[in-house]
Design a protein around this ligand. Sequence first.
Ligand code: AMP
Ligand code: MN
Ligand code: MN
Length: 321
Amino acid sequence: MINLAQELQGVKTAAMAGHIRPDGDAIGSCLGLYLYMKENFPDIQAKIYLEEIPVAFASIFGVDEICTDYSEDVEYDVFFCLDCADEKRLGPAAKYRQTAKRTVCVDHHVSNGGYADANYIVPDASSTSELIFTILDETKIPVHAAEALYMGIAHDTGVFRYSCTSPQTMEIAAKLISRGFDFPSILSATFYDKTYYQKQILGRALLESMLLMDGKIIFSAIKAKEMKFYNVTFSDMEGIVENLLQTSGTEAAIFMYETAPNEFKVSLRSKNLLDVSAIASYFGGGGHVRAAGCTMQGSIHDVVNNITLHMEEQFKALGEI
Ligand code: AMP
Ligand code: MN
Ligand code: MN
């Protein structure tokens, strides 16, 4: 556990950052902590560094205060790494971690080895946003910080559906919504609503998907030229792998899209049995037991063969095949 008041004692400048290609939890946890500090520690100069925020989050309070420019060289008194499994995934913000006087990491990735001075890593937690809530004084959380943390929790639990959702997750969410913000609109705007192009690329991925290993695995891949044709970028691929996994009878989903010639961003999800974090970690990535990712080189064929081999081994070890 982190004692926030102690970490902020004597601090004049603070910064926080999440992982590259930020998702709802990375954005929510950074904003939640930032807005809480702004309200309760007004003398501390605080800044959030994140890569470009997907437009779906534009209506969230505080998003316009996020800094996406890393050109300034500043030595912060304290630097918070949130929802980020390793230093590499901080992207350009890593330079502020290196020069900061003290570093604090709050995260829930099982692959996080603890790379900061103080580490609060709980792999069983639903989200980093949930962990941030636990280090705050809950009587002093401003409404917009509550809104950001709720959004982060909702995103990482697939709106309270995934097995990482615990009774504590629901209790915290209940406390957050009692602050009184328009949570249905937040869920629609940031989670459920998709642009027409996002719907089209989802449709394409579903249409081209294949069942492998007797229907236990569903797989789909999108090439760079298809992304160009549908006018979509990397952040538009969010949610596709979860949609693939909502196929009856499947245990795991593999979704990949081309990020450079013969280079693929791979997303892995499982329902009950497979440890996809172990597989992603083997290929240089990481994540959680039921949701993980990595980047792999080679043809679509090579990549899918390499991954399914590991899945097959796990099924065998479990006596499932
Ligand atoms: P994604 O498939 O990108 O949605 O990621 C699923 C989960 O795994 C998220 O919690 C990510 O933060 C994590 N993850 C994805 N890629 C990596 C990676 N290369 N290294 C560590 N964690 C990752
Ligand atoms: Mn995340
Ligand atoms: Mn997370």
